[in-house]
Design a binder for this molecule. Structure first.
Ligand code: HPA
Length: 287
């Protein structure tokens, strides 16, 4: 049993049922890339062609998302000609989900056949060279959420002790950097610290995080990347700085910053991610 009292066989069965429900809606589409679209970044889902949208509430075992009662949507189709599946909305641990439950959607995308996972999020800027509106390629993360989605019995097919040395795949990061230059999109790079939330950090916590090597802070992403590692998926990701982290600016932190800033830089984010996905197949063909 894991922390939810759920056995490894039940996880496998739940994933299989949810994947079957998705397959029954997407026909013979075989997605090779999965995308998790963070707060305010979901409009990338509108760039899909031949898109099929499936509300999460129609999918068995799917964790309900959104404190405000808005369900998310799975979008499947083609992004820049590449068969892909995107999640508009994710379950957060601060909503009360365990890390195991919150990461079921990543397992489902893996069952559908994806080989690479792109993750994105809104984050507070800690690095003094960063400011709201910056996009940051995630080079690595700090798991400070107090949970790991892999605790409990091993789910068949998982690595028990996944190597996290290259959790954010170096080849996909190279591709992202090169693409950002050619697309004219400024791209910072740094370490994402994942905290449980939902309270924002104190200034003292931000000073501590800066000292331990964090460039940005948020409340998501880390569990998904750990599960992706256990499943052998190649991962990469981008954080959108939506505010200065606590204590860096005299302004109080507010969730409305997240929406305002992601709206402002959504075009650049979309241009970058679309261009990278358009070039990803050459990387995925490599061993
Ligand atoms: N802290 C944690 N999560 C966040 C922040 C922050 O400053 N901004 C956006 N998500």
């Amino acid at each position: 049993m894991n922390a939810d009292g759920v056995g490894a066989t039940d996880v496998k069965a739940g994933v299989a049922e949810a994947a079957d429900a998705v397959r029954s809606r997407i026909g013979d589409l075989e997605p090779v890339v999965g995308l998790v679209l963070g707060s305010g970044l979901g409009s990338l889902g509108d760039a899909f062609e031949e898109a099929v949208g499936i509300p999460y509430e129609g999918l068995p075992h799917w964790p309900p998302v959104g404190v405000a009662g808005h369900s998310g949507t799975l979008v499947a189709g083609f992004l820049q000609g590449v068969p892909a599946v995107a999640l508009k909305g994710r379950a957060h641990l601060y909503e009360g989900h365990s890390a195991g439950v919150a990461t079921l959607p990543v397992r489902v995308m893996a069952a559908l056949g994806i080989r690479a996972l792109f993750v994105s999020n809104a984050a507070g800027a800690i690095n003094p060279d960063f400011e709201p509106g910056d996009l940051m390629l995630i080079s690595d993360h700090l798991n400070l959420m107090g949970q790991n989605p892999l605790t409990g019995p091993v789910v068949a097919g998982d690595h028990r002790f996944p190597d996290m040395t290259d959790a954010y795949d170096s080849t996909l990061r190279n591709l992202s950097r090169e693409t950002a230059v050619s697309a004219g999109v400024p791209l910072k790079e740094g370490v994402y610290a994942g905290l449980l939330g939902p309270s924002y950090e104190t200034p003292a916590e931000i000073r501590m995080l800066e000292r331990v090597g964090a460039d940005a802070v948020g409340m998501s992403t880390v569990p998904e990347v750990i599960v992706a590692g256990a499943l052998g998926l190649r991962c990469f990701g981008v954080s959108c700085m939506t505010n200065f982290a606590a204590g860096i600016s005299p302004e109080p932190l507010s969730h409305t910053d997240v929406m305002e800033v992601t709206e402002r830089v959504g075009g650049q984010f979309q241009a970058l991610v679309c261009s990278v996905i358009g070039r990803i197949e050459s990387v995925l063909q490599e061993p």
